[in-house]
Write a protein that binds this ligand. Structure first.
Ligand SMILES: NC(=O)c1ccc[n+]([C@@H]2O[C@H](COP(=O)([O-])OP(=O)(O)OC[C@H]3O[C@@H](n4cnc5c(N)ncnc54)[C@H](O)[C@@H]3O)[C@@H](O)[C@H]2O)c1
Length: 314
């Protein structure tokens, strides 16, 4: 989508942090925004900041609850008539480690960080498709969806999955003129990552903090402004770019990880049958992505010859 003026963006977790940065970046493009968020406090604060701006509509919703989100989407359609851009951005910290025998926190974190992205996409993409005017879906993953930390298994699991979900969606929607991007923030100064001085009402004792915690606070002090992240999202939509990386400090580690993967492949040549199939599959996905800028109403992904919706195995 090169033109965002008078389009409508639905942003989950839109009342604070990165989501609110996106909302402000869209508004400055003349895009109408639906700010969908669970926190009443965040919604009130965002309303106050955007007071008098009739391009913004606020709705309280929980992305983890399908019916609740469906009502919010219906409400948005009643107000603005259409939705062209979906930003699946709502997210929460926590959820626990991979070896912790506790399920409640895990399930709750997955329900928001992954379930919310799936719910938003499955509810809104059919609307974007039906309108036939093109559109874009941006889902917020994290650098923890590329280079995880040991204590953040639930978070990383969801964020890796958001990336996989988005890559598949990208191929599915490219022939319809609907773009897909995945946002991978690193340290960004928000309600999720902040130094103690941002929350003076909370009881932080910097003197008692360990070196890791202190370094994290320093990273928060040097973190990206969420409005810059919002602007990066707008640029990526206009350029139809899939990967949105904002934090260059991760590059060397990502390259190192990619080299480790490359080095792990067997050295024997694979048999011709396997090579033929995987070449066809790779060509198919390449062709699908090459159609990305075609007008709306182009072929569906299934029309490209190979049906990969089933493995044929029960
Ligand atoms: N801040 C960072 O450094 C950072 C880094 C990597 C990824 N992210 C990701 O960015 C996204 C935005 O986070 P942020 O940093 O702006 O945090 P934030 O806490 O400032 O904003 C998140 C917003 O999501 C809302 N929200 C939470 N659960 C919700 C739910 N179930 N339904 C609807 N709204 C809900 C919150 O009320 C809040 O307004 C998240 O997906 C997060 O995982 C953030």
């Amino acid at each position: 989508m090169q033109q965002l003026t008078d389009k409508v963006a639905f942003i989950t977790g839109g009342a604070n942090g990165i989501g609110f940065g996106m909302a402000r970046a869209f508004l400055s493009e003349g895009t109408k925004v639906v700010i969908a968020d669970w926190s009443v406090e965040h919604l009130e604060k965002a309303k106050e900041i955007l007071k008098g701006n009739n391009g913004a509509y606020f709705v309280r919703t929980n992305v983890a609850e399908r019916d609740d989100l469906r009502s919010a989407v219906d409400e948005a359609l009643e107000v603005f008539g259409k939705i062209h851009v979906l930003c699946n951005n709502a997210g929460v910290n926590g959820g626990g480690t991979a070896d912790d025998p506790e399920f409640d926190g895990w399930d709750k974190a997955m329900a928001v960080n992954l379930g919310g992205v799936i719910n938003g996409t499955k509810l809104i993409v059919p609307i974007i498709k039906r309108q036939g005017e093109g559109g874009h879906v941006v889902s917020t993953s994290s650098m923890a969806g590329v280079v995880p930390l040991p204590g953040l298994a639930a978070y990383s699991t969801a964020k890796y999955a958001v990336r996989g979900f988005s890559e598949s969606l990208r191929m599915q929607l490219a022939p319809l003129g609907i773009g897909v991007s995945c946002l991978f923030p690193g340290a960004t100064r928000t309600g999720m990552l902040f130094p103690p001085e941002d929350k003076p009402d909370q009881d932080f004792h910097e003197g008692e903090a360990n070196d890791f915690q202190k370094a994290l606070w320093d990273a928060a002090r040097a973190a990206i402004d969420p409005l810059d992240t919002g602007r990066a999202v707008v640029e990526a939509i206009k350029e139809n770019r899939f990967y949105i990386f904002t934090n260059r400090e991760f590059l060397a580690e990502v390259m190192e990880r990619n080299r480790e993967m490359e080095a792990a492949f067997p050295i024997q040549d694979p048999p011709a049958g396997r090579v033929k199939f995987e070449t066809m599959r790779a060509d198919m996905t390449r062709n699908l992505l090459a159609t990305g800028n075609r007008a709306a109403g182009a072929k569906e992904a299934g029309d490209f010859g190979l049906d990969l919706t089933s493995t044929g195995v029960d």
